[in-house]
Design a protein around this ligand. Structure first.
Ligand code: BES
Ligand code: MN
Ligand code: MN
Length: 456
């Protein structure tokens, strides 16, 4: 243990330099103009795997951004861990809100700053460095495979096919992922569940052009007003979604489970302060953490229409649009929910407008069992590294591909993440504390040790 800690400390600055090179590649998956950067990032991952001790690594092209696969097989008789991560990052906008440029990483206040510092370049790098360490020190006692994709932030649209096409290559006993959060190093936690997601875009069209709001307003139906009314009606005063059938398949947790989950510490005031609001609200009858962890919800992610430029322009818009995400829980089906949404949304459209609903992407929720050798190994590893036993926490975030791994490959995942809620992932000024990076590498190394022990 001591030697691992020392080894990481001695190599820390090199790790950070290498990670910085990775962050400098602006691999924004959503942007056409960054396509060459996606390829560069994939190549970077491939070379990183080879340098770290993989016996082979390759970039696979897909219909979208490439997937990187690498492996080190020690023996057919030993268990195999498949590590998953993603090299794509979210767009960095709004750029003027960054204190240092998003793709020029730097260390300030003990944190790594930059787009992808946490999600997922920084976290994935902990996996690479733990792998390198184990190879260099002769500690690796199981087979390791890596599948690193470039489309997580845009819905992993081509990864299911990749899994189907490469079932043998990807065969493993478990999947290990560092792409989630923990409460803190002082109060460590392991993510025991993820929410699913059903993402739709809606469009309300009215008149054949923007109209003078004086000459036509009051008589012609206004698509922006209609869209607001329609969306407002999707939740009742108790914060429940009104789409018929929305809750039909929801897994209800029993009192026992809720009591157990309720033991996680949660500082409401601190939480509100961290996001700058003076109150919270959600589904009646559930606590804040339950509203995030075990209940489905519906949110507008973006809404537009009409004149949004400087000053006033008196028009009655021709069209209004919104992007709406529904976070799901086990056993809700993303496509079924999208269909229920569409049916309901069309049914509440008033006369005088046309409504269109488009399903963009989605995925199912995930729950990890807590009584498996892999979960025990993860728990023991984090306990050893952080000095305190981690508690399982159901996260509100989504990694839709995790349920696909279960469905297509038949493999369960362990979500051993070291990010903090304050890391500002997807926001300006994304960061990742160096301590979490270091403890993460240590925990992952220990995980492999305990997993090998528990499996032999
Ligand atoms: N790493 C996150 C998901 C995450 C973060 C889960 C923290 C738990 C804790 C991932 O990159 C992400 O952002 N996922 C998207 C879904 C995707 C389909 C765009 C999300 O949750 O919005
Ligand atoms: Mn991520
Ligand atoms: Mn993300």
């Amino acid at each position: 243990m001591e030697t691992i800690t020392n080894y990481i400390a001695a190599n820390r600055d090199r790790y950070l330099e290498e990670l910085f090179d990775f962050i400098r590649i602006p691999s924004v998956g959503a942007r056409e103009e960054n396509k060459p950067d996606m390829l560069r990032a994939a190549e970077y991952v491939k070379n990183e795997l080879l340098k770290s001790g993989a016996s082979k690594a390759e970039v696979y092209s897909t219909a979208g951004h490439p997937v990187v696969y690498g492996e080190k097989i020690i023996s057919e008789k030993l268990p195999t861990v498949l590590v998953y991560g993603h090299y794509d990052v979210q767009p960095a906008e709004p750029l003027d809100q960054w204190k240092s440029p998003p793709f020029e990483p730097e260390i300030r206040d003990g944190k790594i700053w930059g787009r992808g510092a946490d999600d997922d370049k920084g976290q994935m790098f902990m996996q690479f460095k733990a792998f390198e360490l184990m190879n260099n020190r002769g500690l690796l006692k199981c087979n390791v495979k890596f599948m690193i994709e470039g489309e997580e932030e845009i819905g992993s649209v081509n990864l299911e096919k990749f899994c189907n096409d490469h079932k043998d290559m990807l065969a493993a006993d478990m999947i290990l992922i560092s792409d989630t959060t923990m409460i803190s190093l002082e109060m460590p936690s392991i993510t025991s569940g993820l929410r699913g997601l059903s993402y739709v875009q809606v469009e309300v069209t009215g008149p054949n052009r923007d109209l003078h709001s004086g000459l036509f307003g009051g008589a012609v139906v206004n698509p922006c007003n209609v869209l607001c009314d329609m969306i407002a009606s999707l939740k009742d005063k108790n914060g429940r979604v009104t789409i018929p059938g929305f809750y039909d398949d929801v897994m209800e947790c029993n009192e026992e489970e809720r009591k157990e989950m309720g033991k996680r510490p949660f500082d409401r005031k601190k939480f509100m302060d961290s996001v700058g609001v003076d109150d919270l609200s959600g589904e009646e009858g559930y606590s804040d953490t339950e509203r995030i962890g075990i209940r489905p919800t519906l949110d507008i992610n973006g809404i537009w229409g009409g004149y949004t430029g400087e000053g006033a322009k008196t028009i009655l818009p021709a069209k209004a649009c919104a992007k709406i995400s529904m976070r799901l829980v086990p056993y809700q089906d993303a496509e079924k929910i999208a269909k229920l949404f569409e049916k309901h949304f069309l049914s509440i459209a008033p006369n005088g407008v046309r409504v269109k609903v488009e399903y963009l992407h989605g995925g199912q929720a995930y729950v990890s069992p807590l009584d498996t050798p892999e979960f025990r190994a993860a728990s023991k590893a984090v306990e050893k590294a952080a000095g305190k036993k981690p508690i399982p926490v159901r996260s509100g975030g989504s990694i839709p591909i995790v349920s696909v791994f279960e469905k297509v490959l038949g493999i369960k995942s362990i979500l051993m993440g070291f990010g903090l809620e304050s890391d500002a992932i997807h926001s300006p000024n994304e960061n990742f504390p160096v301590d979490n990076f270091v403890k993460g590498i240590e925990s992952i190394t220990l995980f492999f040790r305990y997993y090998s022990e528990f499996r032999s």
